[in-house]
Write a protein that binds this ligand. Structure first.
Ligand code: FAD
Length: 306
């Protein structure tokens, strides 16, 4: 039987690396299992709202820096997808796609949540080049420009309202024959005079590399400087189901220490929902790891004296 790690972190995004760095510094054996290229951060072309980088930084570089920082301090990294998790006799077994079976006394679930894609022709090739999924992340790039928001529920209304604070024009395209905005949002959109087009988009068209318009099913086109796809985020609850954890909607339910309904399993970052931003994911990682260190060492509080 192989080694039993103090903790296995499932996922290789910012939440995972943050937790791993804190835990390894407290002397724990830490194995991160995930695929960093699948992290949302790897797709972020220019991160401008993560403190410490006055000129911005590419998400890929930021992630690489986190990985190097974690490995330098002794975190082990297995670049594999986790296929199954289970608990027996207080030990967690983690199975991976290369058929490895790994063991740990504690688990931190940091498997993220993906933006729901519209799966339109032209979407993938223009990702980050006029096609975006987060107004908070990329909206300010389009100050004074025209943007289109794709979606028919409250998230689309919310993104449109946020963008309207600094862009010159926002138009919503519903992608369906009706919208599901709450009364509150309907009123806000009306008060802003925001146009809502009830139509399905057939294609995102570009001029060279950059997305420039959407082609609607009636053959008309709406041009833009940026398209924000606002269909929501989807977490996988596979591991929560396998481990019998309580869930809240699409996400794993946690307390303020990031503990799930199983006190030896913590869930952080987008695996537990909330704000889809790097700062929140790395914050969750720190909180979960410190709680884990305290509980393993039996301490009322933990101070990193190194
Ligand atoms: C295009 C884009 C631009 C963005 N721009 C910004 C920005 O400017 N500022 C900002 O703050 N945020 C930005 N974000 C959001 C930010 O990337 C996320 O909030 C952040 O990455 C979430 O971190 P996380 O660790 O919770 O999840 P993720 O980064 O999504 O990481 C999840 C990890 O879990 C792994 N995983 C999933 N399933 C399994 C499995 N079965 N087995 C093993 N591993 C698994 C994945 O491979 C991945 O490594 C952007 C996101 C995108 C997509």
């Amino acid at each position: 039987m192989g080694k039993t790690y103090d903790v296995i972190v499932v996922g290789a995004g910012p939440a995972a690396w943050s937790a791993a760095i804190f835990a390894v510094r407290a002397g724990m054996s830490v194995l991160v299992v995930g695929v960093d290229s699948e992290s949302g951060l790897a797709d972020a072309s220019d991160v401008r709202n993560f403190p410490g980088f006055p000129e911005g930084i590419s998400g890929r570089t930021l992630l690489d820096n986190m990985i190097v920082q974690a490995k330098n301090q002794g975190v082990l990294y297995k670049k594999q997808e986790v296929t199954h998790t289970e608990e027996a006799d207080g030990i967690f077994m983690v199975k991976t796609s290369d058929l490895s079976e790994l063991r740990a006394s504690n688990l931190i679930l940091a498997h993220g949540a993906n933006y729901i894609k519209a799966n339109l022709p032209g979407e993938k090739e223009h990702n980050g080049k006029g096609v975006h999924y987060c107004a908070l992340c990329d909206g300010p790039i389009y100050k004074g420009k025209k943007v289109v928001v794709l979606g028919n529920a409250n998230l689309a209304a919310e993104e449109a309202m946020e963008l309207s604070a600094y862009v010159s024009e926002v138009q919503i395209v519903s992608q369906s024959p009706q919208v599901n905005f709450s009364e509150g949002y309907k009123g806000l959109l009306e008060s802003k005079g925001m146009q809502v087009t009830l139509s399905r988009v057939k294609e995102i068209k570009g001029d060279g590399d950059i997305a420039k318009s959407v082609l609607l099913e009636d053959g008309s086109e709406i041009s833009f400087d940026a398209l924000f796809i606002a269909l929501g985020v989807a977490s996988s609850l596979d591991f929560a189901r396998q481990l019998g954890l309580e869930v809240a909607g699409d996400f794993i339910k946690v307390d303020e220490s990031m503990r799930t309904s199983n006190p030896k399993v913590r869930a952080i970052g987008m695996a537990r929902g909330g704000l889809n931003q790097i700062v929140k994911s790395v914050g969750d990682g720190g909180i979960a790891a410190v709680d884990l260190i305290k509980s393993v060492k039996g301490l009322p509080s933990y101070i990193d004296h190194t």
